[in-house]
Unconditional design. Structure first.
Lengths: 235, 235
DNA sequence: GTAAAAGTATGACTTTTGTCATTATTGCGA
DNA sequence: TCGCAATAATGACAAAAGTCATACTTTTAC
């Protein structure tokens, strides 16, 4: 056995990163440690697929993951991004349905699997966890509804500015001050809900307007206020 | 006192219509009956406003309500519709934020108000209710994400067909077989996420294609299969 | 280390959808 | 019941965004 691999840095997930599992009691924490199952996923691998039945929830220890729905012509719509500390697959598990989206690895990841039975057991006996899950779902719902309205009402350019600010917020910045993620133009397009070419064009517009810099695959925001203004966010 | 007005048909909300409050115990049911507060709202009235702080949840006894977000140029995006048996305002209450949408009455309504304290008290002591709320939120989230993807990927015509099928499903049909709601073209536009004129045009296209009939303000679906095909839903 | 594949960039053009203007039509209140 | 206001309908046009073609660049795999 190699315990340092089986439970790599999950204490971090719980305490440092402050996800819903912070609410677990001592005994639940150790039950989780014995029940969970961590694995490594390489870039491009699928963690779960739209249409599959969930058998538990996933907790991301490390890496970057996208959850997307596939439209008719195979175009992906990215619904959510996940990084260390985030949990995945709870929506479908809770509503007892098949996954409505696919989780795919953008950067090599370590992910723990917590079996359905364990998770529901915690949920039924720990009202703090229930409460945290309700808040998580409420937050996701708020987010989804805001994006829905934006998609219906805002032009691509505004949504693009918004997406860049979101990516910066979510991933933070590397040593160069660029968004700390190697995200393709296509993925950005699939977040914003537009064509890849349009994404490329708007990014070069932003570059010409000195709002961003393009450092290879990395994007650096050089004028935050300008982007905020472009996104028409005034609060 | 006039008990027949204070608690008009709430037993129906609970048992017949099967909302989350089915999970309440006997004593909680009577506690709710004494704590709740029912009122009548006329068409056009606002039940709560985007930005306000929630003080409880609302349970719709009768009537038709829309929840929408207002975009920059004052355009409404309808997020959800509610009818008898539905509850309102739980998302913001649970996440402890201001309302992210406005609830406005489309057809005269009777609505009960359940104070925050009572609701949270039930939630903490009744794990069946917690569970039901989690399922409700999960369902809403799934719905929102599906609409998000549709908005990003499907043309207006498909979304319109989808919306008509949804309205039929949600409101049922009246004696003429038409959708049992007097919903304006503008409201339909704000559900679909398009301009009112585009809505009018597509509805007359659908009429010419013998998919629907327009009986004054009412819409009758005469070719369900055709609409399903137009919406590109194949499951 | 090199070739193939994937990703990025740009131009030309088309399609979709929105906007504005104008005219019916309906519903409702005085 | 009349007339006003809101809603619905339609046309002409403009703008936004998508598609297709092609070139160039970077990554990846052998």
């Amino acid at each position: 056995m190699k315990p340092q691999f089986e439970h790599p840095v999950c204490d971090e997930c719980r305490s440092k990163l402050g996800n819903v599992f912070c609410t677990l009691t001592e005994s639940q924490t150790s039950e989780m440690d014995s029940e969970k199952n961590c694995s490594i996923f390489k870039k491009g691998q699928i963690i779960f697929n739209e249409g599959n039945k969930p058998a538990g929830v996933y907790c991301v220890n490390k890496g970057k993951i996208k959850i997307y729905q596939t439209g008719e012509e195979g175009k992906e719509q990215i619904l959510r991004l996940a990084k260390e500390g985030d949990i995945l697959g709870y929506r479908s598990l809770i509503s007892g349905e098949a996954y409505s989206g696919t989780a795919s690895v953008m950067e090599d990841a370590t992910v723990c699997f917590i079996p359905k039975r364990t998770f529901f057991d915690f949920l039924h006996t720990n009202s703090d966890l229930s409460s945290a899950m309700m808040q998580l779902l409420s937050h996701d719902l708020k987010e989804a509804e805001a994006r829905l309205t934006g998609l219906a009402q805002k032009p691509v350019r505004e949504r693009m500015a918004e997406a860049l600010l979101m990516l910066f917020e979510f991933y933070g910045s590397d040593k160069d001050g660029a968004i700390n993620a190697a995200i393709s133009r296509e993925d950005i397009a699939n977040i914003v809900g537009t064509a890849t070419e349009t994404t490329i064009r708007i990014l070069s517009d932003f570059k010409n307007e000195k709002l961003i810099e393009l450092l290879g695959k990395k994007i650096k925001i050089v004028n935050h206020q300008g982007l905020i203004k472009t996104a028409h966010i005034y609060d």
